[in-house]
Design a protein around this ligand. Structure first.
Ligand SMILES: NC(=O)c1ccc[n+]([C@@H]2O[C@H](COP(=O)([O-])OP(=O)(O)OC[C@H]3O[C@@H](n4cnc5c(N)ncnc54)[C@H](O)[C@@H]3O)[C@@H](O)[C@H]2O)c1
Length: 266
């Protein structure tokens, strides 16, 4: 039987949206360590950007940064153009930027609904639309959309988030089908709880409403949904993203991969 060599092409370039913190930052480090040219992106002040660049200074590949606001089509176009300028056309796109807000549907503010759909769903559409043609031209590409368990199941008070993440899972499947002829895969990673700034407001709400300390609130939040009552480390998501870019993942496409402590097995 023929053996496949597992190796990364170090000339590859990756754009990771929302990589100034949390999951996106972990993904950026894993790709940076592997020698990729890395385009960092997210909302950050000048000092944070400088600190971030410093964190990546020892990696072999080029490092770029964009603070484009991806809540609009124009912001996404700006990100595409700044990425091309800094690292060329990315062969790997990780759509990760996202926001969260919780309220019952009958009280959900419409401006926040629009923001969540714009950042968590439409930005991924615009970036794929604009970056896939170059992947098709080289007959290779990897798209990794960081969705959520909330792309597969619902929770109360998350109308905007669940709508956007279910949409992102569907969109990922469409892009997978459309580009299967060009060695381009598109997959959604669907994390349960991951310890990042995104979930902090929910921990603080439980702590405040139930008069418990933050550790107790965190354990309650995670344990309420996950049979394994521990949040995943950001690297669990980052290493899966890297696996999806390796040779053995070349036929994994259109998949929605939970990393959720058993949340969606129930
Ligand atoms: N943390 C979790 O438990 C969890 C679980 C499932 C899915 N996710 C998803 O993972 C992704 C990353 O989440 P995280 O927890 O690392 O969040 P985070 O808050 O740590 O990071 C979010 C990133 O998105 C960027 N961002 C937000 N709005 C932006 C905008 N308008 N323009 C440009 N950048 C913007 C921020 O600057 C930051 O870099 C999100 O899509 C989130 O929905 C997170």
């Amino acid at each position: 039987m023929r053996e496949f060599a597992v190796q990364q092409d170090t000339s590859r370039a990756v754009l990771i949206t929302g990589s100034t913190s949390g999951i996106g930052l972990a993904v950026a480090h894993v790709f940076g360590r592997a020698g990729y040219h890395v385009m960092l992106h997210g909302l950050a002040d000048a000092d944070s950007v400088q600190a971030l660049r410093q964190e990546f200074a020892d990696y072999d590949g080029k490092v770029g940064f964009s603070s484009a606001d991806v809540s609009s089509e124009e912001g996404c176009a700006q990100l595409v153009s700044e990425t091309r300028e800094a690292i060329g056309n990315p062969s790997v796109l990780v759509n990760n930027a996202g926001i969260q807000f919780t309220a019952p549907t009958h009280e959900f503010p419409s401006d926040i609904w629009q923001q969540i759909l714009a950042i968590n769903l439409s930005a991924s559409f615009y970036l794929m639309r604009d970056l896939v043609p170059a992947m098709r031209a080289t007959n290779w590409g990897r798209i990794i959309n960081i969705a959520s368990v909330h792309g597969l199941v619902a929770s109360e008070n998350k109308a905007g988030y669940c709508a956007a993440k279910h949409g992102l899972v569907g969109l990922t499947k469409v892009v997978a089908l459309e580009n299967a002829d060009c060695n381009i895969t598109a997959n959604a990673i669907c994390p349960g709880w991951v310890e990042t700034p995104l979930i902090q407001p929910q921990i603080e709400t439980i702590s405040r409403e139930q008069s418990v300390d933050l550790d107790t609130a965190r354990a309650q939040l995670v344990g309420a949904k996950q049979p394994m009552a521990k949040a995943s480390p950001t690297n669990a998501i980052a290493e899966l993203a890297m696996y999806l870019c390796g040779d053995f993942a070349s036929t994994i496409t259109g998949a929605s991969l939970p990393v959720d402590g058993g949340w969606t097995a129930q």
